[in-house]
Design a protein around this ligand. Structure first.
Ligand SMILES: [Fe+2]
Ligand SMILES: [Fe+2]
Length: 258
């Protein structure tokens, strides 16, 4: 079933769950909802992989060589190969974790970002913002696999993580290469990336504190071509979103007379 990303992120039940204050939202192994959380996240990863495969395939096909250099298309073709493998791995991990395809609602947000008419905006929105998010999600899942004593999950996430670092690096390199003499286009692409990054930091989903379900993987982001300033900016956005989420849950608790 398909849902809108805004409905999922701004689901009013999120503030109520946070108001119960039952401990970190993170998939800690001592949390009762850890199994459910990890299965739902795995389902989301699988759907993201399918859309990433479609998106990279489109970029090989949609542009002529003046709009997107042939070497960029070769990178996208390599990415298709990786994403196809990730689809298979994620599907098998879903089986391994006991999840059926279609058990959770999903959005087609990544595919929408991959349909942007400017290839540079696609690379910023998909490769840098959403696959950057995949780096954070995969390293969190890998850690969960390690803590829960599941080497299959741990190693699969580690292999996919290595590929995602390469995909984000492709985004960083092509952004700088193509817009080297067009700062306006570069700013427009970075703004597109910022909008997506903010969306996925809402509700305190991603950050550096124990309470955040997904942790920002600094080291892998450096390897993927993020500058220190860019990482600091992401951390600030996440901290701001986390503070807003706490204020919202406190307001919800006050309104319900708790
Ligand atoms: Fe992937
Ligand atoms: Fe990827």
């Amino acid at each position: 079933m398909r849902s809108k990303i805004e409905d999922r992120i701004f689901d009013p039940r999120g503030a109520k769950i946070a108001a119960r204050n039952t401990g970190p939202a993170k998939m800690a192994t001592d949390r009762p909802a850890a199994a459910e959380r990890s299965r739902s996240l795995m389902h989301g990863i699988f759907v993201g992989e399918v859309q990433a495969l479609e998106g990279a395939g489109r970029t090989c096909y949609d542009f002529d060589d003046t709009e997107a250099p042939f070497q960029l298309k070769l990178d996208m073709a390599r990415q298709c190969w990786d994403e196809a493998r990730h689809c298979e791995i994620s599907l098998k991990l879903g089986d391994h974790m006991g999840t059926e395809i279609g058990e959770y609602t999903e959005s087609t947000f990544l595919f929408s970002a991959a349909c942007n008419p400017d290839p540079v905006l696609r690379l910023c929105g998909v490769n840098r913002a959403l696959e950057g998010l995949a780096i954070d999600v995969f390293s969190t899942m890998k850690e969960f696999g390690n803590e829960s004593g599941d080497p299959v999950l741990e190693f699969c996430e580690d292999w996919m993580l290595a590929d995602e670092v390469t995909h984000v690096k492709m985004g960083s390199d092509w952004l700088r290469r193509i817009t080297a003499s067009d700062k306006e286009r570069q700013q427009e692409a970075l703004e597109f990336q910022r909008t997506i990054d903010k969306l996925f930091s809402f509700g305190g989903f991603r950050g550096e504190s124990e309470d955040n379900p997904v942790h920002l993987a600094r080291r892998f982001r450096q390897m993927a071509g993020f500058t220190e300033d860019e990482i600091t900016e992401l951390v600030d956005v996440a901290a701001e979103a986390h503070a807003e989420a706490i204020a919202r849950s406190e307001a919800a608790a006050t309104a319900s007379g708790a």
